[in-house]
Ligand binder design. Sequence first.
Ligand code: WTA
Length: 658
Amino acid sequence: MSSDNTNTIESVLQEERIFPPSVDLASKARINSLDTYQRMFNEANRDLETFWGEAARKELQWFEPFSKVLDWTTPPFARWFEGGKTNISSNCLDRHLDGPRADKTALIWEGEPGDVRRFTYRELHQEVCRAANALKAIGIGKGDLVALYMPMVPEAAIAMLACARIGAPHSVVFGGFSAEALRDRLIDGEAKAVITADGGFRKDKAIPLKSAVDQALGESACPSVTTVLVVKRTNESVSMEAGRDYWWHELVANQNTDCVAEPMDSEDRLFVLYTSGSTGKPKGVVHTTAGYNLWTHLTFQWIFDIREDDVYWCTADVGWITGHSYIVYGPLSNGATTVMYEGAPRPSNPGAFWELIQKHGITIFYTAPTAIRAFMKSGRSVPDNYDMTSLRLLGTVGEPINPEAWMWYREVIGGGRCPIVDTWWQTETGGVMISPLPGATPTKPGSATLPLPGVDADVVDSEGNSVSVDEGGYLVVRKPWPGMMRTVHGNPKRFRESYWEFLRPSDGSFIYFAGDGARKDVDGYFWIMGRVDDVINVSGHRLGTMEVESALVSHPAVSEAAVVGRPDDLKGEAIVAFVTLENKRVASESLLKDLRSHVGQEIGPIARPDEIRFSEALPKTRSGKIMRRILRALASGEEVSGDTSTLEDRSVLDRLRA
Ligand code: WTA
């Protein structure tokens, strides 16, 4: 993290509006008052191990009980629920089969062209068992990493649960990433198999996936991958390599519908999920079995106060942590009905989301602020065409939500009656950390409100001391929690350095910091102010500026590149790249297009710069460090303020301004 970044911490917002939880909702809620919340919070704070030990015994099924709740003797490497054996697939499926839940709908899937599939818990269990047996048939066993590069089809969730069932960690790679990005992740994780599809439908288009897998595996780039399983979705012709590639429908169909869940140690790896940081390539965030299961299970139960007849829909993609935790694991572990949608709202159907809410009687809706802002822009006439009275609770995740969007969401989508849970968390935290509880917490538009019980969150200065009320600082967590990431795949040193060594309080304790700035108001409410490191948040997607820079520099015309975020009304942040060219190369419209598509190929369409500015030179310090602070100001059309005396060549600034 570069020190010239802290200027993004500025607290300007003064929000006065407060919305108490509705009486009706509170009367039925598990956590039904601020007092109950406070009591739980204090209990957890007083004795973390008793609190989580009791929760784990009560909320999860165990093949063998654990003997120790937490081992924190070698921080930052935590071990939770040691000695215990469990399996998340069996907690998500098998335990619901004994009673009436067996025939309850577990998953409703809506395809982009409007095709619908439903699975009861019994049916989903059978599908997962079949898929698990198919994985075994192709030689996948406990500990083998399986990569998923999938569209939003039921098979994506089924494959995740099948991997978990046999103890094969999964590594889901978002289907919008390029072949190059997929290849990096396959190599880093030493994946043994890839599960993909011929393609998927998104915004009226069929997006090919299998061909990208072929490209990623080409020239023996990933020797660890021995098998590719291909789901048929778009019916486009794909090439199948004999001995390596198998059709899912051929291999899975004839498998036995029973597969005993592998008893997993609590700390056995459940999955790796890559996410961007300030430096280097994306990191493989490692989550393990029991702690992650408990965290997603309980947070889902608390935050959505889930009831037996809820129909819950989270609009994320399973390629991101939100899809992992709150489409698949959290909802299914609770025996809820979870909805999965293949598409996204598109110009030809701007009401797609509202139509789905009406059609399936959705009661809980969880989406990203960027989507809400896009809907706001097209006006309330679109949602007003639909009956959304089934809704009782709304949620947001992924980026700070501005109070205007929050109010619009509440009034127009929630009809003024649904509480909003603004949930702050990260890939690294496994599940939600700071969020209102709908039956207990009064909400303020734009605030994620209070930390969940067991989450010792704070806002601190660079020495790790708490800052005062309304003062900006670093958002940290002081104590370990069950859902925390365990390490960076293959790089424990990077785990320690990236998250635990940036702030080292004088008492030597370890506190977790993963890049956000925040302030706490007089009521102790957290206001998240966004990343303070070199990570940008584009439409709720995390990208490291370094990654985009490396992609640009790998183009033969580019000599140097610096990438910054600029505030954007719709996306939250837009990507602005400053580029200097190699000798004899000249800036042109066609080069600009070429560079954008090059970044698309290297990373994926989400990383394509919104704006590229060609420049003769970049502003640097005398030690050669690019001064991003200056570029950020230039990109957003602001005055360059602060000290510029460390600039090596002041004329660069004048030329950039011109
Ligand atoms: C941001 C997504 C403000 C934050 C679950 C964090 C938020 C990053 C919120 C993690 C929120 C997430 N309010 N900012 N409610 N939720 N963020 O790993 O900057 O894709 O560090 O996880 O998103 O992004 P990630």
